[in-house]
Design a protein around this ligand. Sequence first.
Ligand code: AMP
Ligand code: MG
Length: 422
Amino acid sequence: MSTLQVQRSCGDENELGTLTVQQALQNMLNSVSEKTTNEKTQLSSAIDRILTEPITSPINVPSHRNSAVDGYAINQADLAENSEIKTLNIIGQVVAGHPYTGQIQRGETIQIMTGAQMPSATDTVIMQEHVEVSGDTIRIDARHTAGQNVRQAGEDIECGQTVLQAGIKLTPPQIGLCASLGVSEISVKTPLTVAIFSTGDEVLSLGETPREGCIYDSNRYSLISALKKLGCDVLDMGIIGDDPEKLRHAFELAAKSADVIFTSGGVSVGEADYTKQVLSEIGNINFWKVAMKPGRPVAFGSINNATFFGLPGNPVAVMVTFYQFALPCLQKMMGLTSPLLAPNIKAQCTSRIRKLTGRTEFQRGILSLTDSGKWEVCTTGKQGSGILRSMSDANAFIILEHDRASVTEGEWVTVQPFSSLF
Ligand code: AMP
Ligand code: MG
């Protein structure tokens, strides 16, 4: 590669046609739309699936009045007043799942267990720790209030109430909530089908004998893992060498088989990168220089009906462009309306970071909470876009905004924790 090309690929804020990160993302979001349909699934297989219809409760929760504690069910008319002590006769016991069918008169009480249905004519429960038991009687004092320790029917959820909105990605408590309503089958979005391949003659599959000047393919593995985590059906097309015919065939096959195509490598200015040439012929693709580091060259567009993301080759640039650009687009294509990412936070930076204005940088950082409750972040060290260790050691991106210059120790920076990304 010539010196000129090396300089160009390092970023030049004044270069014509360079987009900001926000512009590139907006362009991409504007051109994608939902690509899924609906299907039914059993609730037990619904984790991480996207709900297509709101869930309304077919029942009251709780379905019956029940006791919130172990104790004694009484009628509030039998509560003691002022400094009075009252004695009530225990006439039976009621446990969860076995309603009490007998009658209860004034001056009488039923021993009741947590979750058991309140016997008719009772409306208040005295905790067992608050009574004095003597044979078949209890003594209660005046510190209790009418209706205490009773969960009313429909108190948590009323029959007909909407409990989950369409477009959310189901979490374990939401699955539990559906189960608590007796909902066993739900309608969810079909997964996106994503085809992916790596490009480059120097890239080796795992298991291949190492060759001089070659590297193992890491991008396909990091991307496939990320896509699977998002619930995509992945079509792994392996590695395609720098050969225009093989590339053309791979793109055509991918476009036939998938909703979305991901490639890595081949979108910069390297002489043996035929990706650009082939794509210009078969697709409607933009080749963007984005004012960002890492990840400057990004290709995006469509090949027939498939959306195409041509991510850079460098392993960190791949991850950064995937999370900053592809993830929000995939979210839209999947029909996910609830936010996938937690909000960014501000943390005090303990590293000094050199930066030029005119591009957004995504440094890899280690975020921690100090004993005094303040968020602090430092970089993971060397930040080269080929150093994947800078990502694997990190737990957050430090996002240095477009107009920001170098960061001195102690400055506050924007941090995007990985926990909301991975
Ligand atoms: P390219 O954009 O194809 O010129 O690739 C940029 C850099 O990323 C080169 O150093 C490539 O060797 C490297 N690279 C490309 N594809 C991969 C891959 N799948 N896994 C790891 N590194 C890669
Ligand atoms: Mg290449």
